[in-house]
Design a protein around this ligand. Structure first.
Ligand code: AMP
Length: 316
């Protein structure tokens, strides 16, 4: 069956574009100026599906990109073993009502090889994930810029799960005047709190048990939010130190715009972020928190993925 020929009670198959020409054609058919894009690396899960459904509810058209971007993987990272599940991804996109799936290979995106000109993430790209993964954010922003141009999207949806990525994309659009509305959606979690991630498939059953301490630490930190920054950090650390098999890279409470540690007198929104290695897998997670009187988690830490609150709109 081809796009548009399904029976009316079945969801329409998205148009699958592999080349720039196919994307151009598929994009031209979306005559409306209201096109949202959800950029992914494939191996789609409920976190991606929620992001797509959120976009679908608000926009006339949704384009999903599936692209494993070599530019954002370091030489020792997991590019070659990253899960590839295209057929299942297409089913999720079909059920979520996606119009176009753009799934190019690297030679389509980088026809002249590695680009000499790239987007520089700047100082915000050097800390936290950037410290652990040098060059990662330059590579990520470069492909995001290209995909924004190629899809000619008016809005783009990203998960709070990758908070530093989201911040940098927001900054890129603002600093470089991209005419794209950047919209964030809350992190979708497994029933035990673990943030959904394509990389969770690497975890062995015992790794999976250990991995729970990351989200548990965030939850414990948020529960101490009324007492101030050091109480939040102490509560979160108390959880991860009980799990020596989680090799914590960082566990920080930072300002959501500058990513700098917030001082003890700080009151307001902050980001409690954690990264660590469990077995052979590097995992990240974060929780926006309100520090001070009436404080606590700013994202519903619900085990039920469908119960997460609506998208947080970020002004660009
Ligand atoms: P990825 O395929 O991992 O590059 O993710 C594609 C998009 O989905 C990014 O905007 C991610 O932040 C978002 N995403 C990944 N996991 C989750 C999750 N558990 N909840 C919400 N969004 C997510």
């Amino acid at each position: 069956m081809t796009a548009g020929t399904t029976r009316s009670d079945e969801p329409r198959l998205p148009v699958v574009a592999r080349s720039r020409e196919q994307l151009r054609e598929a994009r031209a058919a979306l005559d409306d100026g209201d096109v949202a894009v959800v950029m992914t690396m494939g191996a789609l899960h409920e976190g991606h599906a929620t992001l797509i459904r959120t976009a679908r509810r608000t926009h006339a058209h949704v384009v999903v990109t599936i692209f494993l971007n070599p530019l954002q993987f370091g030489p020792k990272e997991d590019l070659s073993r990253y899960p590839r599940t295209f057929d299942a991804d297409l089913r999720i996109c079909t059920e979520a009502g996606v119009d176009v799936v753009f799934a190019p290979t690297p030679d389509v995106i980088y026809p002249d090889g590695d680009p000499g000109v790239r987007i520089a993430a700047g100082p915000l790209g050097d800390v936290l994930e950037g410290q652990a993964r040098p060059g990662h954010f330059d590579g990520m922003l470069t492909v995001v810029a290209k995909l924004m141009h190629l899809t000619r999207c008016t809005s783009a949806y990203y998960g709070q799960k990758d908070a530093q990525q989201l911040l940098l994309i927001r900054r890129m659009c603002r600093d470089l005047d991209f005419p794209v509305r950047v919209i964030a959606a809350p992190t979708v979690r497994e029933p035990d709190g673990l943030a959904m991630s394509s990389r969770n498939t690497y975890l062995t059953p015992s790794d999976r048990e250990v991995a729970r301490c990351l989200s548990a630490a965030l939850r414990a930190g948020a529960a101490a939010a009324t007492e101030g920054p050091s109480a939040i950090r102490r509560a979160a650390r108390a959880v991860v130190v009980r799990e020596p098999l989680a090799l914590i890279d960082y566990l920080v409470l930072v300002h959501p715009e500058t990513l700098e540690d917030v001082p003890e007198w700080y009151r307001g929104e902050a980001l409690l972020a954690v990264a660590g290695r469990v077995g052979a897998t590097r995992l990240i997670d974060n929780l926006p928190v309100l520090v001070g009187p009436g404080g606590g988690a700013l994202e519903v830490f619900s085990p039920d993925a469908s119960a997460v609150s609506g998208p947080l709109t970020i002004k660009v």
